[in-house]
Design a protein around this ligand. Structure first.
Ligand code: SF4
Length: 437
């Protein structure tokens, strides 16, 4: 079975009026696991296959009702949940998965009927709709952090009332000094104890230390992957890396997530990942991508001669964690995100990545309704252009295909690539003249 056939198998399986029953049955995940094994050889790499198996196993576990499921918002330090051996569930990733199977519209419509406005982020609308339709595993608790995504705590609060379960918020100050660190660390310690109580478990420091060590391995392996990605041609496609979202949002603290990136590093290191022979343009990609089946990513990576050499999402911005001092170090991780600071921090990070990965231009995928990423994008663009980088702000939507005008978006990308082509010719000419002189 090839990957395309596997996708079709999933779509057919979940299609139809019994979707809720099929999605929530643990038997479904045993069946899908068998199909996944048959499709193994057609995955682009062993690492992507491992990621799919891990996500599938965790989803089956979440629906099994044998272990308390904790919904965590993107960027919440999920090590806390792994450290108690509970089942973390990232509804943002589930939303992307449902969109990739073509089931976004039903959930988005359901959310809109329930009063969620269309100008909200489609991740949140889709999660709300899918929850109301019964497509997601019922949580024992929800935890959301206030940093980066200000919509998530509000959505999670609503959903906690809907499921009648506790909601915990991690309040993250907009400054990263010692007081802020102590404040966040204290809340994390309380949260850890509260989740342990909920599961009627004794909070074991050894379990948390193990999760922290796994998270450090994840970090180290990802750093290795990122160094190897400096190679030209780019050994991994950025669109593939953006499919590892599950590991970033739900996997940190697990052994499996660390192993996926160890495997990817080995594959690149051994030269098993060959990039395009000819890279016309190397792009640095900011924010996420459309996860539904559309033409944009296919056009960029397969037809235009461009590659996503790197993406902001994969940048390792946090220091190693301390297994002996878990809460302050997790607090430092949360507080060190370069997008949760004055815009200069994001600008400096993007410039550094653009230089490191020797890109020709930068594309900011401006996802509809995302204040955290899009809010400062015009100023970010100005600052980057002043530093000499061509920048495209590409309006679109990661999940809601109704917000994308395909023809228009491709025309804008095409026009941007033409600008890059002119600049490259100019640079080649410049070098040529310089040599002649
Ligand atoms: S895209 Fe932006 S608004 Fe939507 S979930 Fe992510 S951070 Fe939050």
């Amino acid at each position: 079975m090839a990957v395309m056939e596997f996708r079709k198998f999933l779509r057919d399986l979940f299609e139809g009026e019994h979707r809720k029953r099929i999605l929530s049955s643990p038997l479904t995940y045993q069946l899908v696991e068998r199909a996944l094994k048959l499709a193994r050889g057609s995955f682009p790499s062993q690492a992507s296959y491992m990621m799919a198996r891990f996500a599938l196993a965790q989803t089956g576990r979440a629906f099994s009702r044998r272990v308390p499921v904790v919904w965590t918002s993107a960027f919440f330090p999920v090590e806390i949940v792994w450290g108690l051996n509970l089942c973390p569930f990232s509804p943002e990733v589930a939303a992307a998965f449902l969109a990739s199977l073509g089931f976004a519209e039903e959930a988005l419509d359901r959310a809109e009927q329930a009063g969620y406005s269309r100008d909200l982020c489609s991740f949140h609308r889709l999660i709300a709709g899918a929850a109301l339709l019964g497509y997601l595993p019922p949580p024992a608790a929800l935890v959301a952090s206030t940093h980066l995504c200000d919509g998530a705590p509000l959505l999670f609060q609503n959903l906690a009332a809907f499921f009648r379960v506790p909601f915990h918020v991690l309040d993250v100050p907009y400054r990263a000094d010692r007081d802020a660190e102590a404040y966040v660390a204290e809340q994390l310690a309380e949260l850890w104890r509260a989740l342990a109580d909920l599961a009627e478990r004794k909070p074991e420091p050894a379990g948390l230390a193990e999760a922290i060590q796994n998270s450090n391995r994840f970090r180290a392996n990802l750093l290795e992957v990122n160094e190897l990605r400096c190679r030209v041609p780019a050994p991994v496609r950025g669109s593939e890396m953006l499919n590892y979202l599950y590991l970033f949002f739900a996997g940190q603290g697990s052994r499996e997530a660390a192993e996926v990136f160890a495997c990817l590093a080995r594959e690149i290191g051994r030269g098993e990942r060959e990039g395009k022979k000819e890279e016309r343009f190397r792009i640095l990609w900011l924010h996420l991508k459309p996860f539904y089946k559309g033409e944009l990513m296919d056009f960029i990576e397969n037809k235009s001669g461009a590659v996503l050499a790197f993406e902001e999402m994969s940048h390792v911005y946090w220091p190693p964690l301390s297994p002996g001092d878990p809460f302050p170090s997790l607090a430092r991780k949360v507080l060190s995100h370069f997008c949760y600071k004055p815009l200069e921090a994001r600008t400096a990070t993007v410039k550094m990545l653009a230089e490191k990965y020797r890109v020709d231009g930068i594309v900011h995928f401006s996802h509809w309704g995302c204040r955290q990423s899009v809010g400062g994008s015009l100023m970010l663009k100005d600052a980057l252009q002043r530093a000499g980088w061509p920048v495209l702000l590409l309006d679109g939507d990661c999940l809601d295909a109704r917000n994308e005008a395909t023809g228009g978006i491709l025309t804008r990308v095409q026009a941007f690539l033409e600008i890059l082509a002119e600049r490259k010719n100019f640079r080649v000419g410049e070098r040529h003249d310089h040599c002649r002189n």
